[in-house]
Design a protein around this ligand. Sequence first.
Ligand code: NAD
Length: 427
Amino acid sequence: MVNPAHSVSYVTPTRTSAWGTYLAQVDRIIPYLGDLSGLVGTLTRPKRALIVDIPIRMDDGSVQHFEGFRVQHSLSRGPGKGGVRYHPDVTLEEVMALAAWMTVKNAAVNLPFGGAKGGVRVDPAKVSRAELERITRRYTSEIGIIIGPQRDIPAPDVNTDAQIMAWMMDTYSANVGGTVSGVVTGKPVALGGSLGRVKATGRGVYLIGCDVAKRRKLSLGGARIAVQGFGNVGSVAAELFVQAGARIVAVQDHTGTVYNAKGLDVAKVVTASRSTGGLPSLAGADVISGDDFWNVESDVLIPAALEGQITAERARKLKTGFVIEGANGPTMPEADEILEDRGITVVPDVIANAGGVTVSYFEWVQDFSSFFWTEEEIERRLENILLPAFHNIWDLHLEQKVTLRTAAFIIACRRVLQARSLRGIYP
Ligand code: NAD
């Protein structure tokens, strides 16, 4: 049951929905907020939510309407920041949760941003490239009234990439008159994008995974890793772990699940995933059922697909050493408790996948100064920001005897509420 104190009239979250999951995570940390708990209501409702209609002339001449959203959950610590998702199941409630997790993530890493997220209810596989461009441009125009380099800066997420960011940047620029490269991050490098951005989220997952492995005295040489979702985040993290000597024993994506105890070839998995046969067409691997993915024995499990994947039932049977959340919101609250009881450490999304937004922050800074850094510089700065932020969370988790998620939420929400308190409640 969701705490009635957090209810708003426009969504009806359940205990297992994305927004319900977020609210349960906030509820857990209220006792740690001290005087700031009086402002917690500013975390349990979004500051602003925009719903837009996207009418599109399709290639066959007909007009179709798509639903689009941009939610600014909090702007207390800076402009909104968060990706745009293209998926047929996107809802306002999901985007609210994703925006809220961005608030927490940006504060956990101490980036000068609030939290925002966007989404369009579309299956990109079912529209042409030209239709996708028109959807992107109309969506950008519609949310143009609330985004901007000092207001809210979108970035890629599920099913959106550098090309889509280029169309967004061009549309926003055309509408305001000029070239505004800082309105989105994750752009192509030729348009003011940052080196290292494409791999940044996967690299962050890897850096944090190495840190936890060291603390757990787990050698990555031969370590078994299972990955759900083999897109930008999952495939890059897998590649880096393999370079460090680990084996990817199981991969699941939307096309199927494959297993090989000796280790899968990451490049071939990516190719198979994109082919018409999907993962089941991969040679040299056993095709297993989707359910069996959760029975695979591994040292590290990386959920890197969508939210709500680790349910209570799956948490009860997982055979893994620790979980690093590449995806946003992959673990349901009840599952979190079960994993805690079972002694399986979960490194939460709000720090595990913060590498992407950290390099997005670098991109935004570089765009303002029109002066660009080398890839080595970016990797060094990423490590210098991400690991100390993670160490703070780790220390608080030991000190307060709470999960890493609770520790991350305590640190982040205190920062957000301190900013809110200093700014005051207007009027
Ligand atoms: P992507 O579109 O590149 O890849 C998504 C992957 O998930 C694909 O391999 C797809 O096949 C798989 N997938 C989709 N539905 C699935 C299902 N039902 N079961 C199994 N697999 C499924 O997306 P991405 O950018 O890699 O994002 C993945 C996750 O990481 C999302 O939760 C996203 O919010 C989060 N994330 C992404 C970034 C980033 O920089 N891209 C940053 C932080 C967090």
